[in-house]
Design a protein around this ligand. Structure first.
Ligand code: GSH
Length: 228
């Protein structure tokens, strides 16, 4: 059955990949699962029909037969559980690697995304407040702390010679953990903070170079611009 996801009818970023349906589109493209998209307006997000799917009135959602899901972590996990390609197999050899990849999915949304969102909100919604300039360095440094830690993880993997010596991804092969982490980090690109960590900027670029990401990005852009 072809799943249907929801996305902004008109995304505030014009469809340039920041809206969270990108993660879901990307996961579906990675596993080769066709999908349909229903655009939702900002006012419809808070109407009963959408709230029945998403109690917090947000996108994306995922519908497949009787199943309706919200939260990108859960949706991407669901896709990764049902299709090969985003998590190591649940075999004797793969179980630990699978558990670690799932751990990275949680780390992306629970540990790395919150300070990045705080920073994005501080820039977009609070810059006119009298306390904004004083607070901003604290908010930026919380982001830098996380990036330093993530960067140290890659450095440790490289120095251990993991991933064939180049450690392109968080833990072995590309996984749903990388998909979530790359998308979380992308939000930092316009600020210049990501560029302070060239290894992480290169990691994000590797994610963006994946054909499945490019297809997801193009589809979201086309939906917002009407151009294919
Ligand atoms: N934790 C949620 C966050 C979802 C979310 O923040 N969606 C944004 C779009 S990227 C949204 O719908 N914003 C509109 C609103 O909150 O009213 C997830 O990962 O799915």
């Amino acid at each position: 059955m072809t799943p249907t996801i929801t996305a902004f009818e008109r995304s505030p970023d014009g469809g340039s990949g920041l809206a969270r349906d990108t993660r879901v589109r990307w996961a579906l493209e990675e596993v080769g699962q066709p999908y349909e998209v229903r655009g939702v307006s900002f006012s419809a997000l808070k109407q009963p029909a959408h709230l029945a799917l998403h109690p917090f009135g947000q996108i994306p959602t995922y519908e497949e037969g009787d199943l309706a899901l919200f939260e990108t972590g859960s949706i991407v996990f669901h896709i990764a559980e049902r299709h090969a390609g985003l998590l190591p197999p649940n075999t004797e050899d793969g179980t630990n690697a699978r558990a670690r990849a799932i751990t990275w999915m949680f780390a992306a949304v629970n540990t790395v995304e919150p300070p990045i969102l705080e920073f994005a909100n501080a820039r977009l919604l609070e810059s006119d407040k009298p306390w904004s300039a004083e607070r901003m360095p604290l908010v930026e440094d919380r982001v830098r702390d996380r990036l330093r830690q993530l960067s140290a993880h890659f450095l440790a993997r490289r120095s251990l010679g993991e991933g064939g010596g180049d450690a392109d991804w968080l833990d072995g092969h590309f996984s749903a953990g990388d998909l979530m982490m790359v998308h979380v980090l992308q939000r930092l690109k316009p600020s210049g903070i990501l560029a302070e960590f060239p290894d992480l900027a290169a990691y994000v670029a590797r994610g963006e170079a994946r054909p499945a990401y490019k297809r997801a990005f193009a589809a979201q852009l086309a939906a917002n611009t009407g151009k294919k």
